[in-house]
Design a protein around this ligand. Structure first.
Ligand code: SF4
Length: 321
């Protein structure tokens, strides 16, 4: 439709489009716990250096680095198209996952307000939903989500892998996820979600080898999550697929050059940490999760929408608690 720049979003261009479809079917052979996803944006101003969705920007002939952070495609008619798709006779009210590719509550959602329409469409169609976000804007829609939860199962997951208590962790979060709300703001969000009657599940993810995997930091984070009302956690190590790998490693070269060699050895030519690191992380996390009482809560949690991870290949690397 048009491309827009506005003073509140310095350096960002929004490409407003009318989409033809919005309900994406997950490939049949996927191990994910949901079959359908909806993404209202492409690109994300949260700008996480490790973001796995970066390579998808290349399909738009934009780059997976700075363009992903600053050239955001906005599907203006998302709710209307979704309503139409959910009216099909073939629709069987499967769980729809929101936020699997880019964050539905990134700052742009404040300007475009797409999610109320999406939530309304899913509720009207008696369709369960799961949301994954780092965005505190989710708080705006809690009353609506509460209403939706009266009709259909609604799962809310929040990503947080940094502790608010540690100064170095706070500084690192600003460098590595420069557009995201702070850890303290996300802890407040978790509290608000729990107070609204949901059982917030937390993605302690990705855990960034050598930077956020220290036992003191993880211990502090899990303590904060338990205090805030987290119902359970999922943790897994960072993976670096496609163009994301170069984008992340260029950041390491600038900010932590001493770690470059270790990352090259840990990831080799692939996208995933080696099995030894995965096992090491699982063994580190297990006792901490138990210590903070987050394991039992996770087990009690009901299907249908287990924590959302958009990478089928990742299943083997997951550490679920
Ligand atoms: S919030 Fe999620 S989608 Fe957005 S940049 Fe970070 S990892 Fe990517």
């Amino acid at each position: 439709m048009r491309s827009v720049q506005t003073p509140e979003f310095e350096g960002v261009t929004f490409h407003e489009v009318l989409c033809k479809s919005i309900l994406n079917k997950v490939p049949e052979n996927s191990t994910l716990p949901f079959r359908f996803t909806v993404n209202t944006f492409r690109g994300c101003t949260h700008a996480c250096r490790y973001c796995f969705a970066r390579p998808t920007h290349e399909y738009l002939e934009l780059d997976a680095g700075a363009d992903f952070d600053s050239q955001v495609v906005v599907k203006l008619n998302a709710a209307a198209v979704l309503r139409k798709e959910l009216r099909r006779r073939s629709w069987h009210r499967d769980v729809v996952a929101l936020g699997t590719n880019t964050d539905p509550y990134q700052r742009a959602e404040g300007r475009y307000r797409l999610m109320p329409g999406v939530i309304g469409a899913l509720t009207q169609a008696y369709t369960p939903m799961s949301i994954l976000t780092k965005g505190t804007l989710l708080r705006r829609d809690l009353p609506l989500l509460r209403q939706a939860a009266g009709e259909v199962p609604v799962d809310i997951s929040i990503s947080l892998a940094f502790t608010a208590a540690d100064e170095a962790s706070r500084a690192l979060q600003k460098r590595i996820e420069p557009g995201t709300p702070s850890a303290a703001a996300r802890l407040d969000l978790i509290r608000a979600v729990a107070d609204a009657g949901f059982a917030p599940h937390i993605m302690v993810a990705p855990v960034i080898p050598y930077l956020t995997d220290g036992v003191a930091v993880l211990d502090s984070l899990l303590g904060e999550l338990a205090d805030a009302g987290a119902a359970g956690v999922t943790a897994f190590p960072m993976h670096l697929r496609g163009a994301t790998k170069d984008w992340f490693l260029s950041w390491v070269a600038e900010e932590h050059p001493a770690l470059l060699k270790r990352y090259r050895s840990l990831y080799g030519r692939g996208a995933y940490v080696n099995a030894e690191y995965s096992r090491w992380l699982r063994e580190r996390m297990g006792p901490l999760v138990a210590k903070h009482g987050l394991a039992g809560a996770a087990r009690e949690r009901e299907a249908p929408a287990r924590p959302v991870v958009a990478e089928p290949e990742l299943a083997g690397a997951l550490t679920l608690f």
